[in-house]
Design a binder for this molecule. Structure first.
Ligand code: FE2
Length: 381
């Protein structure tokens, strides 16, 4: 960088492709949920979603205040944590939010540098850089605060050969349901409060070096009753994408407002997981008891007129309620689960990309009408 015109350089920091490299990310490392009963939640995610047992930490391994079960399916790791005493921040978190995402952990090459780069740009420290060791090597971690009570952890594991990280033991189980074809985290969506989307867009630009790759306003995402706005943030190599939603004015309560009310704050709305065969994956998940949102069968009447030719047969898509959308680069197939806990808060998306890099804008209206039918049944519309 040249020494001239610092003010201008700072103003355009987020548009400079070189400065986007200050936080190189290798992907999502794991997602941690704080839940009411980690043992039972782990059983649910194994049974219903096909996750496999990977690692465990708790009193037996020297951790006195909590238990954590780590599950894996292909490249996706899910950690489920519960406190074992009432006097715990985990208990407080669960009391306030119910089950929900606490940590979005990002895989980095240098966790100390990730902390330095983000905190010097304004991130609030969540976890000071630290190194933990065991016989399998070392893992270095650090963390910063996000919206609501969510945090990003930076995990550096290049000098570690163990099953997960020091402090955890391998979790061997006699109960091993087959995987469901879930591959990796495609994107994770945040719900933030009124007028909070742009400040968090700026956070991801300035503090994390992300770019805003797509925007939707309330004209794109509205039904007769409710609306939301969304901007999609992506890191430099596109491995990590975080769309950020905020509610918008409508005749009735937006689905984002319902989330904020029941989560009692901002948080992760949905986790999208990639599959390479959505028909097989969704059929499998349904047979395991995963509940999905249903669009009316009229959605399929003019589908091919909207999206053009697709490789899949229409019948199984219609039977399973799978949605299709196209952008300039290809198409995608997607489907959304109902909330996976008692509160109408977090849910999952199953997505298969066939060239498309977008998020299913063409499905928003049909989808949100389906969500509103559910909201109305809960008396929250
Ligand atoms: Fe999504």
């Amino acid at each position: 960088m040249q020494a001239t015109d610092h003010a201008n350089q700072n103003a355009t920091l987020h548009n400079d492709p070189q400065s986007a490299d200050f936080l190189p990310l290798l992907g999502t490392d794991y997602i941690e949920l704080y839940v009411g009963n980690a043992k039972q939640a782990a059983h649910y995610y194994k049974t219903a979603f096909g996750f496999q047992s990977l690692a465990y930490a708790g009193p037996e391994t020297g951790v006195k205040d909590r238990v954590s079960y780590v599950l894996i399916q292909n490249k996706m790791r899910l950690m489920l944590t519960s406190a074992i005493h009432s006097d715990s921040p985990i208990t407080e978190h669960h009391k306030k939010h119910g089950d929900g995402v606490k940590v979005l952990a990002l895989w980095v090459d240098d966790a100390y540098d990730a902390f330095e780069q983000t905190t010097k740009r304004g991130a609030k420290p969540y976890l000071q850089p630290s190194t933990v060791n065991d016989a399998n090597g070392e893992v270095r971690t650090s963390g910063i605060h996000l919206y609501g009570d969510v945090a990003h952890l930076f995990v550096e594991r290049k000098n570690y050969k163990g099953v997960f990280m020091p402090g955890f033991v391998e979790w061997k189980s006699d109960y091993n349901p087959v995987p469901a074809g879930l591959l990796y985290v495609d994107h994770c969506v945040a719900n933030v409060g009124w007028d909070q989307m742009n400040p968090w867009v700026k956070f991801y630009e300035d503090v994390m070096g992300f770019r805003n790759i797509l925007s939707f306003d309330d004209n794109d995402i509205s039904t007769e009753y409710s609306a939301l706005m969304s901007k999609v943030m992506s890191n430099g190599n596109g491995y990590v994408k975080f769309p950020i939603n905020e509610p918008a004015e409508g005749k009735k309560k937006s689905q984002v407002e319902e989330y904020l009310e029941f989560y009692e704050g901002e948080g992760v709305q949905h986790i999208a997981i990639a599959t390479k065969d959505i028909v097989a994956t969704v059929r499998d998940l349904m047979s395991r008891g995963v509940e999905f949102l249903k669009v009316p069968s009229s959605y399929y009447e003019d589908l091919l007129d909207r999206v053009g030719t697709i490789e899949e047969d229409l019948e199984p898509l219609k039977e399973l309620g799978i949605l299709v959308d196209r952008d300039d680069e290809g198409y995608l197939l997607q489907l959304f689960t109902k909330p996976v806990q008692d509160r109408p808060t977090m849910f999952f998306e199953i997505i298969q990309r066939k060239g498309a890099k977008s998020f299913g804008k063409g499905n928003f209206k049909a989808l949100f009408e389906a969500i509103e039918r559910e909201q109305a049944m809960r008396g929250n519309l």
